[in-house]
Write a protein that binds this ligand. Structure first.
Ligand code: ATP
Length: 512
């Protein structure tokens, strides 16, 4: 099946099984805004817990905060967002569709890369075992031609972005003959800058109102609380502050479902270090964060780092963790060495001294910062994409199963009475009554047992138990494993110990 079709299926699965709904669905939705349903909210909460505990529970020197969405407007002047949080946009006059100029060009770069990969795949098929990929890449004329075109375009694009040269961006689009995917024409407007922050007003009268912004990142809430937390928590550098919260960006192009949203959630941690040690800490955090991703068991080959060539003005190193989505390797997390830019700017704009006094050396300095910043929704999407499987069963039947990491699954155990009579529902309820305090259980008595198993497979429930007539005599149930579909007879008393360890967050955290 084409990857595009797989992705479509995942999106409709998310809706059909109560994971993600379009926002304002009965009003036909609102662009790039989504709601999480009864299963989605559980998965999302589990992702957040996994992150939060890995930061705050496992590190003695990291604490959490929860700052407000609304902040003093000068914060966004100081951080540079009022002046520089822009995307270059371009419109197609025929379709009236708006695009990000940088994304159109990046897609074109990706097209050259795809052409190269196609050539390589074709040759691999033709030569079989004897295929020497490195040699083929170094000598094949078509590969070399596309590589040269790709590199030249990439260089020209990087130069234009670094200089924010809007005319040059448009010229690249024209020279590369990039057409609008809707109208198919190359009737483009000029490229313009577009600020991504949403504005609103506080104050009851228009006169007394002042403009404020919906925060485009949670990080600034941490920086402006640096002094509060350091002093009240008597924190010693190096230390970190973690936060999970909503962020808002008026994204020009809404694409790829919950990958790019206008309202989304971030999990950010700012780690304050002594100047001069930041690049070592940067490496440490890159490794720590990659280990967090890989502990989910999706396979190391599905992740890669993308080190930034173009650095934001405040950064001295930056790298993204990319995950293999059905639409290619995409950023899920950014790790940035932000120098002392933010704290210094806030010191300047607020007039407050924002420093750290080191009791060991008796010196004061403005700490440097390593940031780890991950989108909850993108993480959610990567988990759904990796977990969704259509499995061919013996007998030609297909089952749709979400192979979610058990610790993240919305429901851990489904309790199913074989029939709706003979005291089986009562027995099933009794078992649930005991287990529901330890992990999330669901009761289901509707439809045949086979259909109920399929329903649980589709929402990723790792275990089901079936209560049958025999249970009333021997106090044993059938325990079914989602992934292997194997069933075993186990005693009701052993259920908790059999399941709890496998589905608990602790088991995942212990892998770190
Ligand atoms: P992109 O280049 O994809 O726009 P970014 O580099 O601007 O992302 P950051 O500012 O580094 O993103 O934000 C950190 C993380 O927040 C990203 O890695 C991503 O997971 C998440 N994120 C950013 N923008 C969005 C969005 N519009 N929708 C969902 N998640 C987002």
């Amino acid at each position: 099946m084409a990857q595009e079709d797989v992705f479509k299926k995942i999106v409709s699965h998310c809706k059909e099984y109560g994971f993600v709904f379009p926002s304002s669905d009965i009003y036909d939705g609102l662009g790039a805004v989504y709601d999480y349903g009864q299963n989605g909210v559980e998965l999302k909460n589990n992702i957040k817990q996994y992150w939060w505990q890995s930061m705050v529970l496992l590190h003695e020197n990291i604490v959490g905060i929860d700052s407000a969405v609304f902040m003093h407007p000068t914060i966004w002047k100081a951080s540079g967002h009022v002046d520089a949080f822009n995307d270059p946009l371009i419109d197609n006059r025929d379709s009236k569709k708006r695009y990000r100029a940088d994304v159109l060009i990046e897609d074109q770069v990706a097209k050259y890369e795809e052409k190269i990969e196609k050539e390589v795949a074709k040759a691999r098929k033709r030569f079989g075992e004897a295929f020497d990929e490195a040699q083929f890449r170094a000598t094949n004329a078509r590969v070399l031609e596309n590589q040269q075109k790709r590199d030249a375009l990439h260089q020209r694009y990087s130069d234009a972005m670094n200089a924010m040269n809007l005319e040059e961006l448009k010229q690249i689009i024209l020279d590369e003959e990039i057409a609008c995917p809707i109208s198919g024409t190359r009737n483009w407007t000029d490229v313009r800058q577009f600020n991504l922050m949403f504005k609103t007003e506080v104050g009851s009268t228009a006169d007394g109102a002042s403009t404020i912004y919906l925060r485009p990142e949670t990080a600034q809430g941490i920086f402006v609380n640096y002094l509060n937390v350091q002093k009240t928590g008597r924190m010693k550098v190096p230390f970190g502050i973690a936060q999970i919260g909503k962020a808002f960006r008026n994204e020009i192009v809404a694409r790829q479902f919950i990958f790019r949203m206008r309202e989304f959630e971030q999990m950010e941690m700012q780690f304050f270090v002594k100047p001069g040690t930041e690049l070592e800490w940067f490496e440490t955090w890159k490794n720590t964060r990659m280990a967090w991703h890989q502990a989910l068991g999706f396979g190391a080959e599905n992740y890669r780092f993308h080190d930034h060539e173009k650095l934001a003005h405040y950064a001295n190193a930056a790298s993204d963790v990319e995950f293999r989505m059905p639409f290619g390797f995409k950023e899920v997390e950014g790790i940035h060495s932000r120098t002392n830019f933010d704290l210094s700017q806030h010191a300047k704009f607020s007039g407050r001294k924002i420093e750290y006094f080191d009791p060991e050396t008796n010196e004061s300095y403005t700490p440097y910062v390593i940031e780890t910043s991950i989108g909850v929704d993108r993480m959610f999407l990567s988990i759904m994409c990796h977990s969704y499987e259509e499995e061919k069963l013996e007998g030609g039947e297909t089952r749709v199963v979400l192979k979610l990491p058990a610790a993240l699954a919305p429901t851990k155990l489904a309790v199913l009475p074989l029939v709706k009579k003979d005291g089986l529902p009562e027995k099933a309820r009794e078992i649930m009554q005991e287990l529901k305090f330890h992990f999330n259980c669901k009761y289901d008595e509707k439809d045949s047992i086979g259909k109920r198993y399929r329903r649980q497979d589709a929402v990723g429930t790792p275990y089901c138990i079936t209560v049958d007539h025999q249970t009333l005599q021997d106090n044993c149930v059938t325990l079914r494993n989602r992934d292997t579909m194997q069933q075993e007879r186990v005693s009701v008393e052993s259920l908790r110990s059999l399941i709890e360890d496998k589905v608990s967050l602790t088991s995942l955290l212990k892998k770190l």
